[in-house]
Ligand binder design. Sequence first.
Ligand code: ISL
Ligand code: CA
Length: 554
Amino acid sequence: MVKKWWKESVVYQIYPRSFMDSNGDGIGDLRGIISKLDYLKLLGVDVVWLCPVYESPNDDNGYDISDYQGVMGEFGTMADWEELLAGLHERGMKLIMDLVVNHSSDEHAWFVESRKSKDNAYRDYYIWRPGKEGREPNDWLSFFSGPAWQYDAQTDEYYLHLFSTKQPDLNWENPKVRREVYDMMTWWLDKGIDGFRMDVINLISKVPGLPDTADGSGGGEHYINGPRVHEFLQEMNREVLSKYDIMTVGETIDVSPEDAVLFAGDDRGELNMVFQFELMGIDSGPSGKWEVLPWKLTKFKEIVSRWQTRLHGKAWNSIYLNNHDQPRLLSRFGHDGEHHNVSAKMLATLLHTLQGTPYIYQGEEIGMTNVRFETIEEYKDIETLNMYREYLDKGHASEDILKSIYAKGRDNARTPMQWNGEEQAGFTTGTPWIAVNPNYKEINVERALNDPNSVLHYYRNLIELRKKHEIIVYGDYKLLNAEDEQVYAFVRTLNKERLLVILNFYEKPAEFALSERIAHETREVLISNYEVSAEEDFHQLTLRPYEARVYKLF
Ligand code: ISL
Ligand code: CA
């Protein structure tokens, strides 16, 4: 397998608004991040993915960009950003920036021009259509509730917005738009950044004619992996990406492993890897993410294993169990009560021992959990707030909607980083833009640093293991027990070396039998979240709640 630095790296995702506030206005900022660089170094991560810090009216917390080459005033200045980049590089870490070019803000100069008149030079930078019999041009729906079209009286036409009304979709059919995007990317790369995470990049090509859906299901079939998406990405690669030694990861909604091989295949000249959403959909019903269903470990293993094996030798996986759009991994797949510590370590073990580049989302390394605000007023996320209004209008009860928000709302991941047990968790000296999770007195960085048994130190150990054992990066993957509803066990192999990973996903102790062959091999525990006895019968293991073990076999 071809060796690459981005395969050997561990990425840490920062959501700047919630990471660290340096000036007491309650909003995380660039100087706040700079003040925590030694912390990131201590953790051992190689790459920081910075969520958008560009100028933005913050309808969607920076994912609505009004100037791609300016820094958001609330976050600081370009000089601060340059200091951040230099500070990372000095410490041997890299920086990848979020690239949000499926849409811009409606306050971007291009859109301000575009909406002025039908013959404006920028009209065609966006997707404008006349209405159909006094209604929207088609029946597509926005990811953030309601139709994907907004009427604009000035020119008596509608513009397309797959996300909020303040996030008009850029028209990638227009070569001028593509040129602007490539020039902007080049400008950032020439400043010395190390790559991009590309927001909903598989939505940029829409089916010509923008047809109605067959069944009113939203319209995804007409813009997810659209007809020209690979052509556009190959062009972007030729014009920009191929000229630098960088990493790229595409956020791709609704893709299969087969699609991923097209986006990130070694010989495709597109991206290095993609974020898949199959696993994140494991607890959603047919109506979408707000329909919360129990999930099953057999299904979990089936999804992960299919991605592991189908990409092997062809493309590269990105491994993540949560991010700024998802509930906290611990509250979703582990136990955020009495088994907090062991279950966080168990999930971390999985994250770091699969084949692919692991992504840690801020706060995950100390076991931060979901939050439950009592009233809707405390929530800030546009997706959540729009959905709440839509569901209320449809007649749902507020308590029921709140239940879905507790399980799936994006603000679960956006409460301030918990640095210490002092007021506002040490995140700000002022009033935070979103409330701190009340559990900050128990769960915080200061406490974790002082406790050798903490989740944080376990993450540090896992990251270190990746540096020492090539097999963790490059070994292939084989699932041992597809049918087992409680234990997840797999083997990684590289040349003559083998790694055995055993994870109890539940609170209940589990019996786990190993094959004769494995049981007779010499073994060494590389990492575990409980003490492991050498005397134990290796044919038949009894695993404690959320127990995780990684063995090297000889
Ligand atoms: O997580 C999701 C599934 O419901 C969506 O909330 C999310 O919008 C989708 O995954 C796309 O995410 C990306 O683009 C959005 C932005 O709001 C997200 O924060 C970003 O990660 C629009 O730019
Ligand atoms: Ca601030």
